[in-house]
Design a protein around this ligand. Structure first.
Ligand code: NAP
Length: 336
């Protein structure tokens, strides 16, 4: 990491389809000096997440789009290097929404403390952070699984999906993960305890679901949309529930593809579909964080991080995230 300057990855141009290296540009600036009430922080881990692709679009969304030349959106884990606030002291670890950059001076009230007693600091943007919260609330508050339910989760080995399936198991579900390689499917079964896995790239998802759960799918936690969801919709059970968490198969599409093809099946099954955002449950995040940390400590929950070393690698890693090259929660490590 450069000591003399701050480096930031900015959006140089909007992607047309899959992002390419030229859409990103490093911009250097002096390391800022914190004012009264601010802290100077230095990034240790940058979180890379699929939603960032949405911010690169100009169209309407639940969040304001990035402008050309703006620092790429994102949350980091950082160390307080200088404090002009009574809230933090030098050496504290915090979570901050400063985007893809090495240094920032920000209002102390805009960052959140990271409690390293709960887990390694990197988990503050992973299983103990936004992805973990997404899994917890999307499953328990939106899908509301019952013991004995068949739960299907797509992007099953990823930051959100892996937690969904494991909490599903803790709640007595029969869990089927859908993922993009045999290795990812094997991980969800052998390491995470899922009941079954389907490789959507090599197997017939609909036929496999029918074979694995002849009575149908009670709960579908949808991270991907597209053909995987079409196949799940063909296999839904009576009074089934679908939580729309993400639609990553469509994030690089310039125009929206044709919608779900099997909606007529939902008439017969009286299925409920609900979209949600992790921030809908913000007031309860601290409770969930503590519960998840306890599950990790007692061995009930496991997690996998895909750590890329080096600030320069962020765009390449992000492009890989959108086509399944990551295996676990994707992070860029800048320093210990
Ligand atoms: N609603 C919310 O508040 C909220 C919050 C956080 C995340 N999300 C959403 O949750 C989903 C998962 O996020 P994450 O952070 O856990 O990412 P992740 O699963 O760690 O990584 C993304 C994975 O998506 C899969 N994928 C990519 N393209 C695909 C395609 N065309 N078809 C099927 N799968 C594809 C890839 O896995 P495979 O190798 O298995 O294909 C890739 O590894 C994303 O859609 C994200 O936008 C929503």
């Amino acid at each position: 990491m450069s000591e003399a300057v701050n480096r930031a990855w900015t959006m140089a141009s909007r992607p047309d389809g899959e992002p390419i290296a030229e859409n990103f540009e490093i911009v250097e600036s002096p390391i800022p000096t914190p004012k009264h009430g601010e802290v100077l922080i230095r990034t240790q881990y940058m979180s890379l997440d699929p939603y960032m692709r949405g911010r690169m679009r100009s169209g309407p969304s639940y969040a304001t789009p990035l402008q050309l030349g703006e620092v790429m959106t994102g949350e980091v884990v950082a160390r307080v290097e200088q404090s002009e606030s009574h809230l933090y002291k030098v050496g504290d670890t915090v979570r901050a929404n400063i985007g893809w950059q090495e240094w920032a001076a920000v209002g102390a009230h805009t960052v959140r403390p990271v409690n390293s007693d709960l887990g390694p600091i990197s988990t503050a943007v992973g299983i103990l952070g936004m992805p973990g919260m997404t899994a917890y609330f999307g499953l328990l508050e939106v899908l509301k699984p019952r013991a004995g339910d068949t739960l299907v989760v797509s992007a099953a080995s990823g930051a959100v999906g892996a937690v969904v399936g494991q909490i599903g198991k803790l709640n007595g579900c029969f869990v089927i993960g859908v993922a993009g390689s045999d290795e990812k499917c094997a991980y969800t079964i052998d390491e995470l305890g899922f009941n079954a896995g389907i490789n959507y790239k090599t197997q017939d998802v609909s036929a496999e679901l029918a074979r694995l759960s002849p009575t149908g799918v009670d709960c579908y936690f949808d991270n991907v949309g597209g053909p995987v969801s079409d196949a799940v919709f063909e296999n839904l059970a009576l009074k089934s529930r679908v939580a729309i968490c993400g639609q990553i198969s469509q994030y690089n599409a310039s125009t929206p593809p044709q919608g779900p093809r099997n909606m007529a099946a939902l008439i017969r099954t009286r299925t409920t579909i609900e979209g949600f955002l992790v921030y809908d449950f913000e007031l309860q995040h601290e409770i969930a964080r503590t519960r998840i940390a306890n599950w990790i400590k007692d061995g009930s929950l496991k997690y996998k991080e895909d750590v890329v070393e080096g600030f320069e690698k962020a765009p390449e890693a992000f492009i890989g995230l959108l086509n399944g090259q990551n295996f676990g929660k994707l992070l860029v490590k800048l320093s210990d």
